[in-house]
Write a protein that binds this ligand. Structure first.
Ligand SMILES: [Zn+2]
Length: 482
């Protein structure tokens, strides 16, 4: 995600056979086949899920995150903080939820439970142990009700945002990792899978989606689109009756821009195209065939999903462009190289921030330079340190903290975005440009479609032969002085 304040401040078992490739080979990944229909704030869905066990151990149950329940009345961990709620809920109090009506397995209807820390986890006991490299088939029927909110999931002012809308298998961390919906940061962690999503809505809607549009049929006033996406850790959509669209190519990547009220859409498209070109040449090949950029209602700067980004319509001009760049960078750092964003959010956010600096450094004419951006980041960070020092008598700048251990948005942004960005600038100055970029491209290649931890980043630079002894640790533990 990109925080608004700082944007402004810085100016299949068998089922797997049919959908993909030549239709002969099963991938070593799970498959989501989701059919859903949207009407009047309600999404009716059914999901065929073919689990592929690529964990080192047998599993006897599957756990799925139910993120829509963070929008429900009485949520212990609401999707937006109390201070941000007034701005996000533009039409007053409003609630959303997900209800699971049935789960079936290979033998028919089966038991399930909804629980976790905050009604946020669907648990399905399996009828047999599923061993590594085996598959297991489940089908889940669900209904999502949407709140009126400018946020990841909800009826936004001018569009409908469908982020994190279906039961998504919990990421694996030696066991299924249950994500609590912290309002600071992006509280998500999931492994890459393949997707086929069949989505129906009124024919007046134009829909932006993760993935490739394979078929589209309009009849009886409704349009049904079928999308596929391989090797993705999530799938999202965004629809609006007001969307205008344009498409262009960045190399062999198709960039689609969906906009509502953009006086200079060609300029916005330039940010996306140049970002894809710049990051492809610096880090490695873009992980998908297309990127869709959707201007929508969002109370923060923007939000990243595989092959799809949301950009807040509230942003103006340069800040709008900067957020397009930041969210596009997340296609390498989040969609490509994943990480547990609850435990190590700074990994992808810091890289997305520093990639944005690189964008401006490599592309003149977009109004900012690397020294300007680093100076602004240093000023923001030092101000934060002074404020915390005065308020609490000390400032904790350690980075290896889960989302729940930050006091709120301000502290989280300064550590996970700003300090992490400055860490990369300092690393670059320490090891030199050649080693710095070698390390980043090696990190991308080694962990593409996988999930990395902080020690993996450290390990990549060590393997490259960089003299980084103690460097990362001093940033992680907060002893480095900036
Ligand atoms: Zn971000």
């Amino acid at each position: 995600m990109k925080k608004l304040a700082f944007a402004l401040a810085l100016i299949v078992a068998a089922g797997a056979l049919f959908a993909f490739g030549c239709g002969k080979k099963q991938s070593g990944r799970s498959l989501y086949e989701i059919e859903c229909a949207y009407e009047n704030g309600v999404l009716e869905g059914s999901m065929d899920f073919t689990f592929y066990n690529d964990f080192p151990t047998a599993v006897k149950e599957l756990k799925f995150n139910l993120f829509p329940n963070a929008y429900r009345e009485g949520a212990k961990y609401p999707a937006v903080s109390a201070s941000a709620a007034a701005g996000a809920y533009y039409a007053g109090k409003s609630y959303g939820s997900i209800e699971i009506s049935a789960v079936r397995d290979e033998e028919g209807e089966t038991e399930f439970s909804v629980g976790g820390a905050d009604e946020n986890v669907l648990t399905v006991p399996l009828k047999r142990e599923v061993f590594p490299e085996e598959r297991y088939f489940l089908s889940v029927d669900f209904t999502v009700k949407l709140a009126k909110i400018d946020h990841r999931l909800g009826i936004a002012k001018n569009a409908v945002n469908l982020g994190n809308f279906y039961p998504v298998l919990c990421g694996w961390d030696g066991g299924f990792y249950e994500c609590v919906y912290y309002s600071s940061g992006d509280p998500f962690f999931s492994d890459c899978a393949d997707y086929e999503v069949t989505f129906t809505a009124g024919e007046n809607y134009v829909t932006a989606a993760s993935g490739e549009l394979k078929r589209s049929v309009t009849e009886n006033g409704k349009t049904t689109n079928v999308y596929t996406l391989e090797n993705a850790r999530d799938f999202a959509l965004c629809l609006s009756e007001k969307f205008e669209t344009m498409s262009a190519k960045a190399g062999d990547v198709t960039v689609n821009y969906y906009y509502i009220d953009d006086a200079a859409p060609l300029k916005s498209m330039q940010y996306a195209l140049k970002a894809v070109e710049t990051f492809s040449s610096l880090f490695g090949k873009y992980p998908y065939r297309s990127l869709s950029v959707a201007e929508t209602g969002f109370n923060e700067g923007g939000m990243e999903y595989p092959a799809l980004v949301f950009i807040s319509e509230r942003l103006e001009d340069a800040a709008f462009g900067e957020v397009i760049v930041h969210e596009t960078a997340h296609q390498w750092w989040y969609a490509g190289v994943g990480n547990n964003e609850v435990e190590y959010g700074f990994l992808d956010e810091g890289l997305a921030e520093y990639s944005t600096v690189l964008f401006y450094e490599k592309n003149e004419g977009f109004g900012m330079t690397r020294p300007q951006m680093i100076e602004a980041a240093e000023l923001t960070y030092r101000t934060f340190c002074n404020v915390y020092d005065k308020l609490f008598g000390k400032v904790d700048t350690s980075m290896l903290r889960p989302l729940g251990e930050y006091s709120g948005e301000y502290e989280y942004v300064n550590i996970a975005y700003i300090k992490a960005c400055l860490m990369y600038e300092t690393l670059r100055e320490t090891v030199g440009d050649k080693m710095f970029f070698k390390g980043l491209s090696e990190y991308y290649e080694a962990y593409l479609y996988e999930e990395a931890e902080p020690q993996d980043l450290v390990g990549v630079y060590e393997k490259c032969g960089a003299d980084t002894n103690g460097f990362f640790e001093s940033f992680f533990d907060g002893s480095a002085i900036l």
